[in-house]
Each structure stands twice: as structure tokens, then as C-alpha cells.
Write a protein that binds this ligand. Structure first.
Ligand code: FDA
Ligand code: NAP
Length: 445
């Protein structure tokens, strides 16, 4: 696709994961997006094609939200980009219903996202890494004219610049390694799991370890145990056992669109309570079926009198020593206070993610964005960074847990959130004369 060099876009989206894909749909479906004055948007995505956490597309992994929390339905139940439309077009609607499951596999949801993304290839530059967002030279009134977004082609290195009135930064979670741990061909983070696993010969993996007690860790432990029947599999985690992800109905209401207002306009004490009581809906917790799967495998080993699945609980990794193909892990065990060593062929750190932080991309622009007493960005209800001196919008999707609550880094609310951003972008764009009046004026000249 091409971008027009002198065009000033209504919005440039950075990253084309589910959040900005949902924004593309919202803009398309917006009541004010009329053919006479179409909203103009372009998106940059560093991956060569659409992909949603591809390295965690493990065969039996299922979604953690209902299929109805798709890219559009909560905002527009008759959108042609809803999950039901996808099922209908794929010829699977009847069988999906017979299956009576609200939680599709991640593989199926990925296919749905790819299907939706295929509707926007004319607006997305894949294989383009956005490196900066900055102010364009001043406009005629002496105020900054607009924003310049700069992207580098990941294959050729060529740099492309586009002008825009708004940006939507939706670059996703940032993988987190414990302090002092370096990734390499034997030391992996869960976000790169399948890519690195596939580079290995499974026969060379006779002892593997997984660190963490969240959903990623439990899914990878199960996968490795099933895929490497000859291997010792050690699960290393800081708690006594895996804890269950609370997805019961009352707790689940914290992911409803209305909960965003309750959080945003709530008192500090209310916001603190959201976290205190409901962090266990999402962080350091595991779906019940995966916990049961692991326990069943462990119990079956007891019955067989074999053991190759090892749970090293109340244990943290102190150090990883690497030399060639050898990897020695030093472990601190809280239960007896001892340090033990474990030799592995590969170790996976499923130690979670940091939330999105737009400062690096914004560079100099970041100093226009106000921060709270804790140093976090102040964010308006429409997901725009609070920057009163800037006449354009820097919207963020993700990185707003402190202002918008627990659903900020999840899919639960993206249909509604992207609609709110589309409303805001379209409400603030410069008015354009209706085409009929323009033609009349031209004829009169
Ligand atoms: P996402 O990370 O998906 O997309 C960001 C995109 O931006 C990426 O494609 C990236 O390549 C691109 N990008 C980054 N920097 C760029 C740059 N400088 N230039 C250009 N492109 C750039 N939530 C939920 O509600 N239900 C669920 O079932 C799951 N399941 C799940 C599984 C796994 C394994 C993880 C790690 C997370 C989840 N989540 C989840 C949470 C997850 O954050 C959420 O599903 C979405 O990925 C959020 O979509 P985004 O588009 O915001 O980020
Ligand atoms: P997470 O929930 O943040 O869990 C990270 C785990 O690593 C925690 O148990 C943490 O323990 C542990 N940890 C951190 N540092 C450690 C250290 N130094 N030593 C030992 N353990 C350490 O991360 P996640 O499992 O990757 O999940 C992230 C998000 O992705 C969640 O929203 C999750 O639901 C989602 N996800 C979804 C699916 C799916 O849809 N099927 C699959 C995977 C992930 P502490 O509790 O002590 O911090």
C-alpha cells in the first residue's frame, strides 16, 4: 500500500494488534464517517503480517474471554466484523453453537483476527517499525502544525514519514525478565516460546524448566510435558501451588465497560480496592482446567511409579549460568532456605510483562504530557494523554491500568474503547465544507 506524502491523516495507528484493528473498524463504522468526508487513517505494524502473540499459540490453549468480547460486538452488535459474522462466513456457525463453548481456542480466535485484519490491508504498512513521533514545523499561527510519524521498513531499512493530527499508540505489553537474567538460545521468555522451541531438536531437550505461576507458565509446562515424553520437566514457582483465575460472574463485572467509569471517576481508595480484591482475575493466576490438567498428569505419575514432572514450589531463580549448550540454574528455596542447582537444556521465563509505556516513542513530545504524583501519565477518559499545550491527540491503548482499570491491557473492552477514541478523533477534526457548497463556490468564482 502507499501513503500520500502531503496528506495530513486524521489518525496514524502505531501497532496493528487487536486494539488498533478494533479502532480501524470503529472508524469505518462511525456515523460521522460519511463518504463526503471520510476519516483518513493509516497503521504501521512491525511484524511482516498480522499476528497476535503467535509464540503462545499452543494447541490446546483457550481464550480467557467470551467470543462475544470480540473486536466490535459490544460497541456495534450488528458489525460485519463480529465473531458471529466470522463463523457464518467460515461455514462453522452451526457447529460452533453445537459445541456450546463460550471460550474458543486461541488458534480459532487468531484466525478470526486475521480474517478481520484482511479487511484493512489498504490501510496497514506491515514490516514497518515506528521509531518516533514528533512535532512538525510550526503552522501559520505559530503553533505546532501537526505530528510527524517516522517508520522504518524492517526489510529494506527505508524510512517513511507521514503527517497526522492524532496518533493511537497501541504497541502492546513488554516482556519482563527477572533482574540479571539474559535471554539467549537456551534462555527464553514465554513471549518467544514457540519460535525458540521450534529451533531446537526435541531430542536435545531432555531436561527443561519453566519459571512462574501464571497462565503462560502453566500452559507451557503442560505443552512441554506432552510434547517431550522423554524429558524431565521442572516447574519453578514462588507460591505454594498454582492459584485459580477468578472468572466467576460478580468478579467478572470488573471487565464490563461500566467498570471503566467506576474506576476512572472513583476515589483513590476505590481504585486501590479494585486491585486488592480483584488482581486474582488476571495476574499470577491460572485457569482451573489447566491446573486440573497438570495435577492429573502428576497424579498419574504417582500411580505409574514414574516421575518426570517436578513442581519446585516456593522457589525463585537466583542465577542462570551459561556455557555453550550447558545451562545451570541456581534456585533459592523458601521452604528450607537452601540453594539448589538444576541443569537444564532450556529454561523458559514465564515471568510476565510490563505494561505499555509510550515515552520512548514520544521522545521530546513526552515533556508536553502531564504526569501524576507517582510519575505516571495523566490520561483523559477518552484515552488521550493529557497534554493541554498540544493541539492534537496522543491516544494510548494499554498502559492505562492506573487510570482506566484492570481491562486496560486486555481484550475485554477494546470494542467500546476504540469506539470512544473514534468519537474523540472525529469530533475534533477540522470542519470541511460540504461538497455541494464547495462546488457552488467554485462555480461562482
Ligand atoms: P498487541 O501486543 O496484541 O499488539 C501490539 C502490536 O504492536 C504488535 O503486533 C506489535 O508487533 C506492534 N508494535 C509494537 N511496537 C511497534 C512499533 N514501534 N512499530 C510498529 N508496530 C509495533 N487478553 C484477553 O482479554 N483475553 C485473552 O484471552 C488474552 N490472551 C492472551 C494470551 C497471551 C499469551 C498474552 C501474552 C496476552 C493475552 N491477553 C489476553 C492480553 C493481551 O494484552 C491482549 O490480548 C491483546 O494482545 C492486546 O492487544 P493490543 O493490540 O493492545 O496489543
Ligand atoms: P503473570 O500472570 O504476570 O505471571 C508471571 C508469573 O511469574 C507470576 O507467577 C510471578 O510470580 C512469576 N515470577 C515473576 N518473577 C519471578 C521470579 N524471579 N522467579 C519466579 N517466579 C517469578 O504473566 P503471564 O502468565 O504471562 O500472563 C500475562 C497475561 O497474559 C495475563 O493477562 C494472562 O491472562 C494472559 N495469558 C493468557 C493466555 C490465554 O489466553 N490462554 C495464555 C497466557 C497468558 P509473582 O506472583 O510473585 O509475581
Amino acid at each position: 500500500m502507499s501513503t500520500r506524502a502531503h496528506e495530513v491523516y486524521d489518525v496514524v495507528g502505531i501497532g496493528f494488534g487487536p486494539s488498533n484493528l478494533s479502532l480501524a473498524i470503529s472508524l469505518d463504522e462511525h456515523r460521522e464517517n460519511v463518504p463526503a468526508h471520510p476519516a483518513t487513517a493509516v497503521f504501521f505494524e512491525r511484524q511482516p503480517a498480522f499476528g497476535w502473540h503467535r509464540n503462545m499459540l499452543l494447541p490446546s490453549a483457550t481464550m480467557q474471554i467470551s467470543f462475544l468480547k470480540d473486536l466490535a460486538t459490544f460497541r456495534n452488535p450488528v458489525s460485519r466484523f463480529g465473531y458471529v459474522s466470522y463463523l457464518h462466513e467460515s461455514g462453522r456457525l452451526a457447529r460452533f453453537v453445537n459445541n456450546m463453548d463460550f471460550f474458543p481456542t486461541r488458534l480459532e480466535f487468531h484466525q478470526y483476527l486475521e480474517w478481520a485484519a484482511a479487511g484493512f490491508t489498504d490501510r496497514v504498512h506491515y514490516g514497518h517499525d515506528v521509531t518516533s513521533v514528533r512535532l512538525a514545523p510550526d503552522g501559520a499561527d505559530g503553533r505546532p502544525g501537526h505530528l510527524v510519524v517516522e517508520a522504518r521498513d524492517t526489510t529494506t531499512g527505508a524510512v517513511r514519514q507521514v503527517l497526522t493530527r492524532n496518533v493511537a499508540i497501541s504497541t502492546g505489553l513488554v516482556p519482563r525478565m527477572p533482574d540479571g537474567m539474559e535471554r539467549d538460545e537456551r534462555v527464553w521468555h514465554s513471549s518467544e516460546f514457540l519460535a525458540k522451541y521450534r529451533r531446537m531438536n526435541p531430542r536435545d531437550l531432555t531436561s527443561v524448566a519453566v519459571v512462574g505461576a501464571g497462565q503462560s507458565a502453566a500452559e507451557i509446562t503442560r505443552f512441554l510435558y506432552d510434547s517431550l515424553p522423554h524429558a524431565q520437566v521442572s516447574a519453578i514457582f514462588p507460591s505454594y501451588g498454582y492459584s485459580i483465575a477468578d472468572d466467576t460472574p460478580f468478579a467478572n463485572q470488573i471487565f464490563d465497560p461500566a467498570a471503566v467509569d467506576d474506576y476512572y471517576y472513583g476515589t483513590d481508595q476505590a481504585r486501590e480496592s479494585f486491585w486488592r480484591y480483584h488482581k486474582n482475575t488476571n495476574y499470577s493466576v491460572v485457569d482451573a482446567d489447566v491446573i486440573r490438567d497438570l495435577y492429573r498428569r502428576s497424579y498419574a505419575e504417582d500411580v505409574d511409579g514414574t516421575q518426570r514432572l517436578h513442581f519446585l514450589n516456593m522457589t525463585r531463580v537466583r542465577e542462570v549460568k551459561r556455557a555453550g549448550d550447558e545451562t545451570r540454574v541456581l534456585l533459592d528455596t523458601l521452604l528450607d532456605g537452601h540453594t539448589q542447582e538444576l541443569d537444564v537444556d532450556a529454561i523458559v521465563f514465564a515471568t510476565g510483562y510490563d505494561s505499555m509505556e509510550p515515552s520512548r516513542l514520544l521522545g521530546e513530545l513526552d515533556r508536553y504530557c502531564l504526569r501524576d504524583a507517582a510519575g505516571r501519565h495523566r490520561v483523559e477518559r477518552d484515552n488521550r494523554l493529557l497534554a493541554p499545550e498540544l493541539p492534537f491527540g496522543i491516544y494510548i491503548q494499554g498502559g492505562t491500568e492506573h487510570t482506566h482499570g484492570l481491562s486496560s491491557a486486555l481484550l475485554s473492552n477494546i470494542a467500546v474503547r476504540s469506539g470512544e477514541i473514534a468519537d474523540s478523533v472525529l469530533a475534533t477534526r477540522p470542519a470541511r465544507e460540504p461538497a455541494a457548497r464547495r462546488e457552488h463556490a467554485a462555480a461562482a468564482r
